[in-house]
Design a protein around this ligand. Structure first.
Ligand SMILES: [Zn+2]
Ligand SMILES: [Zn+2]
Length: 431
């Protein structure tokens, strides 16, 4: 071993420090960061060529969820009256343990979900608060077209029992299967049908704070809601965080008693009846009935939030525009002085024990399905579905020849040996 003199040691130290500093300064700043962490205070200098890592909006698919973080995305915040800006009720809850849950799935919400680019295998749990179309209308599309959107796992749905058995979630899912029997037979014969398995979990709609789901450290309870009968609200607890979702209800004693201490409390709330007369053309009695009895008036929303004191309140279920939001906010402020958001589609909340951060998501308007998470097993469609001779006899031969040439070229390009089914028929030798 050679002994180094003090000068050599100092030189070596300086060189080492230099290399370390160079390494540190040349590392690219990661655009992926947890949103739950508060933005660091004070002036900062970012690279002029690297990504700019402070996101005041949420870009789906770019942000790692911290192990103790919850993210909620509004995939529908509107009304039964369809509009481009707002789908009907739907909220996606993503947890740092990898679990994802969908609460309600009203009309128009499926395309919002798809715009987030999440593999559908990861979206296999749907909780329906009640079976109105503006809370469950997109479920059939989500379920039956799951396989064409690369869902290759069974779908699981939770929903309330009925005052009459035939009104409950189990019967509803059964009717749905019957109504779409042809869709299911045909779709399942062409694409991998594993995503067409459906697990229906019906629970007692009168259960108060009863556990209806308990897996992987996540507990979901239901509360009765007052919105006709057989409607419910949900409480999700995980890792010391609580998400409360009313679905549709009049403020009620069960919510008041059990939906306390929520980090994020999402409750329906309506525009005032006078505005419903003007905007919807409702008769006065109709507007009062729908806007204050069947649903929660904005002032009543404020009151129930004052009584339950969530860390952050969210009001949804109204056409949220530049003029309606002023009115709704003024109404809420008469009875509530805590923090709240007036939800609009793609509003996003990152929830941690340190607090809640609200941003708008930037959705992909030109989304394709996320890639399959498993190897596909498509069936032999010519055998999986029993064609009538009538359709088989109708294939036009000259167009079929063009299609067959296309399949030949595809086989050459991909090294496959796929035989035409229907378009091969005109060229089969007659026996
Ligand atoms: Zn409803
Ligand atoms: Zn509703």
């Amino acid at each position: 071993m050679t002994k180094k003199n003090p000068f050599q040691l100092l030189l070596g130290f300086l060189l080492g420090m230099g290399v370390a500093i160079m390494l540190l300064t040349s590392l690219p700043e990661s655009p992926i960061q947890s949103a739950g962490a508060a933005s660091p205070a004070g002036p900062q200098q970012w690279s002029r060529t690297g990504p700019f890592p402070v996101h005041e909006v949420y870009y789906p698919g770019t942000e790692t969820l911290a192990p103790d973080e919850m993210r909620v995305v509004a995939c529908g915040t509107g009304m039964p009256q369809p509009r481009l800006k707002q789908a009907a009720a739907c909220f996606l809850v993503e947890l740092g343990n990898g679990d994802k849950f969908i609460f309600d799935m009203g009309e128009g919400s499926f395309e919002r979900i798809m715009a987030l680019g999440i593999p559908l295998d990861q979206l296999d749990k749907v909780f329906l608060g009640h079976l109105h179309l503006d809370h469950a209308g997109d479920f059939p599309a989500f379920y039956f077209t799951g396989p064409v959107n690369n869902r290759l796992t069974p779908l699981r749905v939770w929903g309330p029992s009925g005052v009459k058995p035939e009104w409950g979630t189990k019967a509803w899912a059964g009717y749905m299967q019957k109504q779409w029997a042809w869709e299911k037979a045909g779709r399942g014969s062409a694409v991998d049908p594993r995503g067409l398995e459906l697990e229906v979990n019906e629970f007692d709609w009168t259960g108060v704070n009863k556990v209806i789901y308990n897996e992987n450290g996540v507990t979901i309870r239901s509360l009765p809601a007052i919105h006709l009968d057989q409607s419910v609200s949900f409480l999700l607890d995980w890792n010391g965080l609580r998400f409360a979702f009313s679905s549709d209800t009049l403020p009620n004693k069960w919510w008041r008693e059990h939906a306390t201490n929520a980090d994020l409390s999402i409750h329906e709330c309506f525009i005032p009846p006078q505005m419903m007369v003007e905007r919807y053309g409702m008769a006065p009695s109709e507007a009062v009935m729908v806007g204050t009895q069947g649903h929660t008036a904005a002032q009543a929303f404020g009151k129930i939030m004052s009584l339950t004191k969530p860390k952050h309140a969210v009001c949804y279920h109204f056409q949220n525009d530049f003029d309606t939001q002023i009115v709704v906010a003024e109404e809420i402020r008469k009875t509530y002085d805590g923090p709240f958001d007036l939800a609009v589609d793609f509003m996003t909340w990152n929830v941690t024990k340190d607090g809640i951060r609200t941003r708008m998501a930037v959705p992909n308007h030109e989304s394709f399905p996320a890639p399959p998470q498993r190897a596909k097993q498509p069936p032999d469609s010519m055998n999986a579905y029993k064609w009538t001779e009538f359709s088989l006899s109708g294939v036009e031969p000259e167009s079929a020849a063009v299609t067959n040439a296309l399949i030949d070229a595809f086989n050459k390009q991909n090294g496959t040996d796929i035989k035409p089914g229907l378009t091969g028929l005109p060229f089969k030798k007659k026996e």
